[in-house]
Design a protein around this ligand. Structure first.
Ligand code: GTP
Ligand code: MG
Length: 148
């Protein structure tokens, strides 16, 4: 089943939003496959955000993402990537729909509280980058109730 890489950014961790954000994905029905508080290195973040290396805000983005630990986790379930993005809301919280995480907890694009993979391909890349082989599948009885 589809997986996505979700991360509570340092501002979200510092503001005590880890539980709230993980909880939203749990309640939606996604299975949490991995979950870890990480102090990311500059190298890891450069690799994670390598598609943005040429952007003017890239140095600011790296400093932001290294300002404290992040809470990295993997969700698995039907439509994980697309639904993950919808639940996060637009990149700029000023444009995020009400009820999304960014709209409910953020105001600035440079402090937008969370990350979610933008495609199935980047999800697989990011899961491997952040968790390597440290992911073990498990079954849940509740999947028989969540899925038709
Ligand atoms: P992520 O889930 O974090 O990857 O966000 P995204 O996919 O919605 O947006 P994108 O990958 O284009 O940008 C990555 C992150 O860079 C954003 O989440 C913002 O934190 C930051 N960012 C993007 N655009 C800007 C900008 O114009 N200014 C600043 N300061 N930060 C930006
Ligand atoms: Mg992105």
């Amino acid at each position: 089943q589809e997986r996505s890489f979700i991360m509570v950014k340092p501002d979200g961790v510092e503001r005590g939003l880890v539980g709230e954000i993980v909880s939203r994905f749990e309640k939606r029905g996604f299975k949490i496959l991995a979950l870890q508080l990480i102090h990311p290195s500059a190298e890891l973040l450069q690799e994670h955000y390598k598609d943005l290396a040429d952007k003017p805000f890239f140095p600011k983005l790296l400093a932001y993402m290294q300002s404290g630990p992040v809470a990295a986790f993997v969700i698995q379930g039907k439509g994980a990537v697309k639904i993950g993005r919808v639940m996060l809301g637009a990149t700029n919280p000023q444009d995020s729909a009400p009820g999304t995480i960014r709209a409910d907890f953020a105001l600035d694009i440079g402090k937008n509280v969370c990350h979610g993979s933008d495609s199935v391909e980047s999800a697989e890349r990011e899961v491997a980058l952040w968790f390597g082989d440290n992911i073990k599948s498990y079954s849940r009885a509740v999947d028989n109730i969540i899925y038709e």
